[in-house]
Design a protein around this ligand. Structure first.
Ligand code: AMP
Ligand code: ZN
Length: 664
């Protein structure tokens, strides 16, 4: 078989398996077989870059970084929805539209998926662009990120309109949301407030490999375009199914308002069993000709109405506030509540995040507060019933001193959180750092769980993370519940941890705001601890995913002498502070060379091209100047090409010439 045919056949086969798995929930081959085939396709594509296709199944796993998302004006505006909160509201709405139309209407009821809305353009059956709602008139282009969402078809099946936009909602499953927040808590990061923000935050991640990991879902609810062949909303939803979209089977065609109300009633309770969040129902006039006749107000269609569920809330008394100290010294206030039943569980505690939130809510001890449970791990206080407030209550004063060690707390400009600066004398911080160091995603020292670390610390054997490497079997043996074997295991696994790669070590040392992903990016960029320690602010923020806040935290960390000592000790014990061979960029053939891409690219996207440059040690720059070595010009290249020609020292390449340069 010709290579090209082979590639095409594999793509088709994998696309079908993907569809079976993610849309039909009915896989017909094992994950293992699927991975083998995907690897084979990847290999063929890598060896034959001229057959590159952005909509190949290999592109789903990510591997592209978007630094800035271009702004795109919506061809068809993305409207909001009008809200209703009661049966009476809905009855009035029905009356209003039937009066305007002079005839009866049918409705389609859909769940109101609580996520981020998206508009995806399909041209000739191919996904070509995806844009966020933004302000409804213009949004951000996030095509590379959207391609990683498995249930969104990259190529359509069946009989598709030539050109149209699919409108839908991107949501994050509740269990993924919970595990992301757990990880953020472990990393000392602020928690995401709710699944909706997390979904939209996920769509704007720069590295689409990370987007791919978030298990995002897409729920289509509308097609828009010129001369589409559908006559009703219901017909269009069925068509979406046939084109390969994953249609939630929760929608219903209703011939009367009574049926609509029954639907609302049913889901008010049943939604608690869904794996994603809904905050209401969307009711739409089924007939498109009736929709056209009703038209739009300035903000929303007249032919649709959202019905909002009452949030899950309970009232209870605020008993007291506790303050917890994290491993980075961050102080988190937690409210103790009089136990109350909320959405099936008894709630006794609620998070209040930080001082600003306490102030904003103006909660006081003894107040009757409203607690709500969204998709959050622990519920939160959303308001106060001031009508029943006791007269002698006082505003809550945020603590000034650490609840554990008594040191005066600090709060830096621009940060919401208070910190205890007593890094070395504050028990929860010391213990938190030790626990973090051995944890699974850090050094992964199996035989020392968090508990053993605390035990060793209490026995005065561990005071900082470098002390792990001076542990002696004789010192451990006398401890409670330690036998010869377990002591030896500890020594062995500490020894083995010296093989952990630099990125894990960097994460494990616990620099505030440096999570796993950032650690990886830093290692790839700086490659050696010395370069990272001496990096300027400018260099730091030039790394993908590193913003000013992270950069400052890194600089501050390395400025401290005691940190320098710990790092020196770890280096002496033989830990890795240099990038491993496997993690190094593919080659350094473009070292010191600068690139810029212009015009319409057809063989690869701008992001892919930029990644290729980085993978080979080159650098992307954003403007034509004397510093530019290569300008890769696609079709319709304009002013940049002209300027490069004028400068005279810039080499101008076609896309193919660039690929040859990369792949030889
Ligand atoms: P709002 O943001 O409250 O004005 O509500 C409008 C948003 O609801 C739209 O922009 C969509 O993103 C979202 N939405 C969720 N589910 C649906 C649905 N089934 N039909 C239409 N819009 C929906
Ligand atoms: Zn303290």
């Amino acid at each position: 078989m010709e290579i090209q045919d082979k590639i095409l056949a594999l793509r088709e086969e994998l696309t079908q398996h993907n569809y079976n798995y993610y849309v039909l929930d009915n896989p017909t081959i094992s994950d293992f077989e699927f991975d083998l085939k995907l690897k084979e396709l990847k290999r063929l594509e890598d060896e034959n870059p001229i057959f590159f296709d952005v909509n190949s199944p290999t592109q789903r796993v990510g591997g592209m970084v978007t630094k800035n998302f271009p702004t795109i004006v919506h061809e068809f505006r993305m409207y909001s929805l009008d809200n209703s909160y009661s049966v009476e509201d809905l009855q009035e709405w029905e009356k209003r539209i039937e009066k305007a139309l002079g005839e009866k209407v049918e409705f389609v009821c859909e769940l109101k998926y609580d996520g981020a809305s998206i508009s995806i353009l399909y041209e000739n059956g191919q996904l070509t662009q995806a844009v966020t709602r933004g302000d409804g008139t213009q949004g951000d282009e996030i095509t590379n990120n959207i391609r990683t969402i498995q249930s969104i078809p990259l190529k359509l099946k069946g009989n598709y309109p030539e050109r149209f936009y699919m409108r839908g909602e991107i949501t994050i499953p509740l269990n993924t949301f919970a595990s992301i927040n757990k990880e953020r808590a472990n990393n000392g990061l602020e928690l995401y407030a709710n699944p909706r923000n997390t979904a939209s935050g996920s769509l704007k991640l720069q590295d689409n490999t990370e987007v791919a990991k978030r298990g995002l879902q897409c729920f289509p609810y509308y097609f828009i375009g010129n001369n589409l062949p559908y006559t009703t909303q219901w017909e269009m939803l069925q068509a979406a199914d046939e084109l390969g979209f994953k249609i939630p089977h929760t929608s219903k065609l209703c011939t009367s308002l009574e049926e609509v109300l029954a639907f609302v009633d049913y889901w008010d309770n049943e939604r608690k069993n869904l794996p994603y969040e809904t905050d209401g129902i969307v009711i739409k006039v089924n007939s498109f000709s009736q929709q056209d006749e009703l038209g739009y107000t300035a903000k929303s269609p007249r032919w649709a109405m959202a019905y909002k569920f009452k949030a899950e809330a309970a009232e209870t008394e605020l008993l007291s506030i506790d303050y917890q100290v994290g491993r980075t010294g961050a102080i988190t206030p937690v409210a103790n509540l009089a136990p109350v039943s909320l959405a099936g569980t008894i709630v006794k505690r609620a998070s209040v995040h930080n001082e600003d939130i306490i102030k904003k809510l103006d909660i006081r001890i003894g107040d009757i507060v409203y607690v709500e449970k969204g998709g959050e791990i622990i519920p939160k206080i959303v308001g106060v019933n001031t009508d029943v407030r006791q007269p002698e209550t006082a505003e809550i004063e945020f603590i000034k001193n650490c609840p554990s060690c008594g040191t005066a707390l600090i709060r830096k400009e621009g940060e919401a959180q208070h910190y205890c600066p007593n890094e070395n004398g504050c028990e929860p911080q010391i213990i938190g750092r030790l626990e973090h160091f051995v944890s699974r995603k850090a050094m992964d020292i199996e035989s020392i769980g968090g508990e053993t670390a605390v035990l060793l610390h209490k026995a005065n054997l561990l005071n900082n993370i470098a002390d792990f490497y001076t542990l002696q079997k004789e010192d451990i043996l006398p401890l409670e519940r330690m036998a010869e074997k377990s002591a030896q295991n500890i020594i062995n696994s500490v020894e083995k941890s010296k093989e952990q790669p630099f990125e894990r070590v960097l994460y494990a040392i616990g620099i505030r705001h440096v999570g796993e992903t950032v650690a990886k990016k830093l290692v790839k960029h700086f490659q050696h601890i010395d370069r990272l320690m001496h990096a300027t602010m400018e260099e730091l923020v030039s790394v993908t995913d590193v913003g000013e806040k992270i950069a400052i935290s890194i600089k501050e960390y390395f400025k401290e002498e005691q940190h320098q000592i710990i790092i020196q000790r770890l280096r002496d014990y033989g830990l890795n502070f240099e990038i491993g061979e496997e993690a190094k960029p593919i080659s350094d053939s473009l070292e010191g060379k600068t690139f810029l891409f212009t015009g319409t690219l057809t063989k690869f996207t701008r992001n892919e091209a930029q990644k290729m440059v980085e993978d080979h040690g080159g650098k992307n720059i954003s403007a034509v100047s004397k510093n530019l070595n290569f300008l890769v010009a696609g079709d319709k290249a304009g002013s940049k090409l002209k300027k490069a020609e004028e400068i005279g020292t810039v080499s101008i390449l076609t896309e193919d010439e660039f690929l040859i340069m990369i792949n030889g």
